[in-house]
Design a binder for this molecule. Structure first.
Ligand SMILES: [Fe+2]
Length: 464
């Protein structure tokens, strides 16, 4: 599929929101997942018939960004061509960022992390009291593998209160899947602009430069970063051709540029888990036209079409996979992004909350709003849990007792809630600062302490 957009620098006749600081109220997007997109902010700025003409229209520079090795199969190949006012290469040398950001990692080992088989839970963090932008407010919770070896992931969270100003961030390590929990994100990328609200997600692929503005002030959220692979839609198998996340509901920005000359625009690059900075004399958001299939995109989680049992028993959470970053093993995810959205629950003679389980995969959960169905209290919006490989977990004792005394099999609507999970085949190591955090709920394990024995060998004579 080919998507094409063309229009003015502001997206083409959009209505400006007087409260948006110059951002249009409704940005235009192109729809689709994995499409070959094509967009130009200035009519005629996209070269025709070739990628790399001797002289590009309007004197633009042609620059390719590759998200996969040149030689991977066509089915997996991802790259885009950007036509920009000045090329990315024009910058002062990168230097280690000052001040050093000491809570971001790109590889996880015994020397820089710890690990525990215990169930972990964190309360939502407070918003910073000093001006803090998205980069300063980003901190790693846990992860596995190495960005150097192009295999692994990092789970970060952020708490910030200030828009990035005069700087852009990019991760050379991996794709950023950002889940805002409080506060909208206005994200300027090299492909254009995206407005992302809590309840939506955004994926900024490895290497793309982006800047985050916070129109609502104090903001908070989660990030999954994957090394050496990219997110894709899960196969649907027997479900068929439709359901779960529909490709048409993924939105890609349209070309937008600024022709700014600045003395010291700063590029902050995450590279091997460290931050480096380089200055340049222009905005990196100077791409007038682009085409390709390696692009940032956003998705509204309310458009997810959940499937589940309509008779009895409980589906595995994999049925709620929105996006998956595959490993080299078929069917085994480096990292799945799974949601637990509002839905009807109708299973008969069935324990309806999530079952007790131990999983060879490791599960990090977050809560965007509402209450999670397996916990009566303690798991709060903005908080998180981590249940590592084979760590037992499930509903707390209040939920268990409430459920087994439910009695009726009437359909229930789970509503006003949105939880999610990052699930990985790789065993996570946890950052020291996460384990030692004052927001860690050291009493988490008590939520299962009240699970008493209901066993009676004489009960109902069914065992006779
Ligand atoms: Fe689980």
């Amino acid at each position: 599929m080919l998507n094409i957009s063309t229009g003015g620098c502001d997206g083409g006749g959009l209505v400006a929101d007087e409260h948006s600081g110059g951002w249009p109220k409704d940005l235009q997007y192109m729809s689709g997942f994995g499409n070959q997109f094509s967009s130009e902010a200035l009519p005629g700025s996209l070269p025709e018939g070739q990628n790399n003409p001797l002289v590009c229209p309007f004197g633009l520079y042609a620059e390719q960004i590759s998200g996969t090795a040149f030689t991977v199969s066509r089915r997996l190949n991802q790259r885009s061509w950007l036509y920009r006012i000045r090329p990315s290469v024009t910058h002062e040398p990168f230097q280690p960022r000052k001040p050093h950001h000491d809570r971001i990692l790109g590889e996880f080992n015994k020397g820089n992390c710890t690990f525990t088989p215990n169930q972990l839970r964190w309360k939502p963090v407070d918003f910073p009291e000093i001006p803090t932008d998205f980069v300063d407010g980003l901190y790693t919770i846990c992860g596995a593998g190495s960005s150097f070896l192009r295999h692994g992931y990092a789970i970060h969270m952020y708490a910030a209160n200030k828009s990035m100003d005069g700087c852009a961030f990019c991760s050379a390590d991996g794709d950023f899947l950002i889940v805002p929990q409080v506060g909208r994100l206005w994200i300027t990328t090299e492909c254009g602009r995206l407005q992302v609200s809590p309840g939506e997600i955004v994926v900024v692929p490895q290497g793309f430069r982006f800047s985050v503005s916070l129109p609502d002030g104090p903001s908070r959220g989660y990030v999954a970063e994957v090394f050496g692979t990219h997110f894709q839609l899960p196969d649907l198998g027997p479900i068929g051709a439709n359901g779960l996340a529909s490709p048409r509901d993924f939105y890609v920005p349209t070309a937008w540029y600024e022709n700014d000359s600045r003395l010291d625009y700063t590029i902050v690059q995450k590279f091997g888990g460290e931050l480096f900075t380089a200055t340049q004399e222009f905005s990196p958001f100077n791409v007038v036209a682009w085409h390709g299939n390696y692009v940032p995109y956003k998705y509204d989680l309310s458009k997810f079409c959940p499937y589940n049992t309509v008779s009895f028993d409980h589906g595995d959470p994999s049925i709620n996979t929105v996006l998956t970053a595959p490993s080299d093993k078929p069917g085994v995810a480096l990292l799945d992004f799974v949601v637990f959205p509002p839905r009807w629950v109708v299973a008969e003679h069935t324990f309806r909350p999530p079952y007790y389980h131990r999983n060879c995969m490791s599960e990090f959960m977050g809560l965007i709003y509402g209450k999670y169905e397996a916990k009566a209290d303690g798991f709060l919006p903005g908080g998180a849990t981590l249940h590592a490989c084979m760590t037992p977990h499930g509903p707390d004792s209040k939920i268990y007792e409430r459920e087994i005394s439910r009695g009726e099999d009437t359909p229930q609507k789970i509503k006003d809630t949105l939880a999610f999970m990052f699930e990985s085949a790789l065993l996570p190591r946890t950052c020291h600062w996460s384990l030692e955090s004052p927001y860690r709920d050291a009493d988490y394990y008590h939520c299962w302490s009240g699970l008493k024995s209901h066993f009676s060998a004489d009960d109902g004579g069914r065992l006779v």
